[in-house]
Design a protein around this ligand. Sequence first.
Ligand code: SAM
Length: 461
Amino acid sequence: MNNNFLQNTLYPLLACPRCGTPHDSPFEQNETVCTHCKLAHFQIGEIPCFFPSGTEHKLIWQFQAGVMQKTAIHGLESIAESLSRYDLSNTTRNRLGEIYHSCELSQVNTFKLLEQYGITPLVNEQVNQMNIGDLSEYYDLILRDWAWDTTENPSTENQNALKRVISQIDALNIKPKKILVLGAGAGRLSWDIHSRVKPEISVALDSHPLMLSISDWLIRQQQPIALGEFKIFPQIGFQSGQVHTLTPPADPENLRERWFGLGGNIWHMPIQAGSFDMIITPWLVDVTGGDVRDLIGVVSNLLAPGGHWINTGPLLFTRHIPVQIKYNAPEVKEFLALSGFKLATENVQVSDHLVSPIEARGRTEQIWTFTACKSETPDASSVDGVIVPWLVMHHLPVPPSNYSTKDKHPLIGTILSLIDGKRSINDICAEIAGRIPEGITVKDAVVTLLGQVIAEESDNT
Ligand SMILES: C[S@@+](CC[C@H](N)C(=O)[O-])C[C@H]1O[C@@H](n2cnc3c(N)ncnc32)[C@H](O)[C@@H]1O
């Protein structure tokens, strides 16, 4: 692949996720250093990876790969041990053999792929005891994207996902030039959109090394890979394991030259503000671990004025997110209005999700798809019960005023002194983070104190 192309198209959009400095130095030996804060960023294959911990992030991936490999080897050894026993019939032997074969092939090929991208598994007992995240978490998405949907046996899931997004773009009657897909996973949807819409550039951002590697391998490198699938619960009439060959998508027009994988974390974006005219978040808003309001802030910052945000997916917020921030659709729409977004279209569909050809069971999910346009002029609408938009949407600048309060909390003076008409609550929190006593959440403290100031002010008028 042409490195000049990366240099001319993707690199000018990047920024250091720690200090925000635009990226302007080439990668040498898979590393580049921020000209301002000197943080070293890395590349896996041709995928630039920009995380706030720099090259140390690659180590985390390597430890995650180490844990995944250890678990896989342990599982294989246990089945191999059972297969060597004398008390099995051929029926049991065949079932275990099918599982062993698919599992072994997946483990060999997955680690070969990760190695190709420089992610050599590392094992460290101390790290193993920490919860560093399970790399196999989204394995089924890889199969759904690239294995279950073949020419002989097409699956409707990928087609429907594409239709949901394309119908939104068609309704806008626009041709986006720069598309950013956040949480792009194994890449299929971002590729399908890219090859249909043919923008100048598509960037598929994710924080998951296996997802990034698979999508780059199939889309950019045009290489096939064989992976296995196995089911631990027997189902009548279905085999227990299957080997799939994932084939690269056809690309007669060489559109992959303009599709890029990017390693990064949504909460520490490595992209310059206003760089994209379309952002797509497929099945993301409920799995980021954060607050949807903050995600709206991230999207708003990355979109150029007049740009569009297409969201598609359920509101199946992960278990450990508090119920207070498991927002419903009307709440999300209020947040959009408060942030100066105009809702263009929306629909709700009920659709199959992750239905495997070797599975009798299946999931059905409710999928909410909407398009919101970032206003050219950042005017927020008013929403019932909301005193001021910036108190709810923490990315909005806090307007200057003669704020005063009877509260003599030592922090209040510092917080009020930081209000300059440009800083948001998020910016203020970042500035005072180190000065807050342990055990207090910065955001809670700032929002509460500013809330009191505003409430007192409106009581006085
Ligand atoms: C439910 S999956 C959906 C993947 C893909 N959009 C799809 O529809 O198949 C969510 C994806 O978001 C990514 N993700 C979650 N939190 C992220 C974060 N903070 N930064 C970057 N990617 C993130 C995950 O790695 C995962 O690939």
